[in-house]
Design a protein around this ligand. Structure first.
Ligand code: PLP
Length: 441
């Protein structure tokens, strides 16, 4: 891209999340269709991460563009403050209630995942406050959890870089051990769920249940590469929390809207949270949007006689809601939940074949949420950084895939085909076979 004026303009003007320095080549994308996107040179890439686990229905859907244009021409936007509403927001709220686990009947709209988690944290604390339990301010989270970059959502994100260096972080937060079975060093030889439950019990005792508002968690941890807990983890955690009146906030920002082969991962684990946060796949990213769902019991308290003191300008944005409705139509009409299950299982099996390469430590798959952990040594499971692998995959094989630490994050669009999966695995094999034990390719 060096000859492109956009590349120079990008370098001069744009602050890119996570990019350090200012020398790296920029890839400026200009179009996309299906599972492919193209850059300013016309080079095509296979998008194996659905951007950031967002683009469920794939890129370039003219149908969604039409819906957005029609809605904008009719009523582009109106807020949902006070008694005001708009038809699309109401229709979408009802549709989401129909898709969600049964006790989740009330909806609050946001413009993304971090906003959703801010709202969820407010709801949880306010719920207890309005019930006369104002001491319940503590939030339990897990190390390596990702919940976004707001003050609250960043404060409960379990990567220190997200809340260090900015002065005081959100107070009253405690981080527990993430249930990542492959990271056996975390569990001192114990069963993963037993270890996590014992730690949760000790933490509740130490802080005092009367001071804890909620625990927040992703059903399957995305930032460490689709790390699913053992099947009994969420049911046992939920049971323990509820026995103390502590709310469970499920962050389904990545797992929602079909990624795991179900509408929500709650359906997969059979656990219903008190508050469920969603975003990303709700519109497949065509416009920013998100939705927080909660129970009648929580909604009654936080609305109550005084109202819920939290209103975003764009909450219930009519165009975003119209696009979300049309996006959900496509997911249903094209059976994308089934495709996530079948192509996900196929891709999982094909990725597992890469285990003949010594640096492939663990391959994980739930629907089309997959992760590969790279290791320098299979015996010690020492993490091997994946950044150079992702870069080589883009340069040499034309495949876009995100790496975070030693994890390759594989969240393709839900329209992914077996041929796309084969292309991804072939590209990965050629790059991983050349990767050295220090992560360089
Ligand atoms: N929660 C989870 C589980 C996520 O994966 C993300 C984004 O990757 C967020 C929250 C933050 O969402 P957003 O970037 O839309 O604010």
């Amino acid at each position: 891209m060096p000859g492109s004026g956009l590349e120079a303009l990008d370098r001069a003007t744009l602050i890119h999340p996570t990019l350090s320095g200012n020398t790296a080549e920029r890839i400026v994308l200009t179009s996309g269709s299906g599972s492919r996107v193209r850059d300013t040179d016309g080079r095509e890439y296979l998008d194996a991460s659905a951007v950031l686990g967002v683009t469920q229905v794939g890129h370039g859907r003219a149908e969604l563009a039409r819906v957005a244009a029609e809605q904008m021409a009719r009523l582009e936007y109106f807020h949902t403050w006070g008694t005001i509403s708009n038809d699309r927001a109401v229709e979408l709220a009802a549709r989401l209630v129909g898709l969600s686990p049964e006790p989740l009947t009330r909806v609050y709209f946001t413009s993304g995942g971090a906003e959703g988690n801010e709202i969820a944290l407010r709801m949880a604390r306010l719920y207890h406050h309005r019930r006369g339990e104002s001491a319940r301010t503590w939030i339990l989270s897990r190390r390596s959890a990702y919940h976004g970059v707001g003050y609250g959502s960043g404060g409960v994100t379990g990567f220190p870089a997200y809340h260090q260096g900015f002065g005081p972080s959100l107070p009253d937060v405690d981080f527990l051990t993430p249930p990542q079975p492959y990271r056996r060093e975390l569990f001192a030889g114990s069963d993963v769920t037993d270890f996590c439950l014992a730690e949760l019990r000790e933490t509740i005792d130490r802080i005092g249940p009367e001071r804890i508002a909620a625990m927040i968690g992703e059903p399957i941890m995305g930032a460490v590469g689709a790390a699913a807990p053992p099947a009994d983890y969420w049911p046992r955690v939920a049971e323990l929390l509820h026995s103390y009146g502590i709310l469970l906030i499920s962050d389904e920002v990545i797992t929602g809207y079909g990624r795991t082969g179900h509408w929500f991962a709650a359906d997969h684990f059979g656990v219903v949270p008190d508050i469920m946060v969603t975003a990303k796949g709700i519109t497949s990213g065509y416009v920013p949007h998100g939705a927080v769902l909660t129970t009648e019991a929580v909604a009654d308290e936080v609305v109550g006689d005084q109202g819920f003191p939290a209103g975003f300008t764009y909450s219930g944005h009519a165009t975003a809601c119209a696009v979300a409705l049309a996006n959900l139509d496509i997911i249903e009409r094209e059976n994308l939940l089934d495709n996530a299950s079948t192509v996900g299982a196929y891709l999982g099996k094909r990725l597992a074949e890469l285990s003949d390469l010594p640096i492939v430590g663990d391959v994980r798959q739930t629907g089309l949420m997959l992760g590969v952990e790279l290791v320098a040594d299979r015996g010690t499971r020492e993490p091997l950084p994946g950044a150079a692998v992702a870069e080589a995959l883009r340069e040499r094989a034309g495949i876009l895939l995100r790496a975070n630490g030693n994890a390759l994050i594989v969240n393709p669009p839900l329209i992914f085909t077996q041929e796309d999966a084969d292309e991804l695995v072939a590209g990965l094999r050629s790059v991983l076979a050349r990767t050295r034990p220090d992560g360089r390719v």
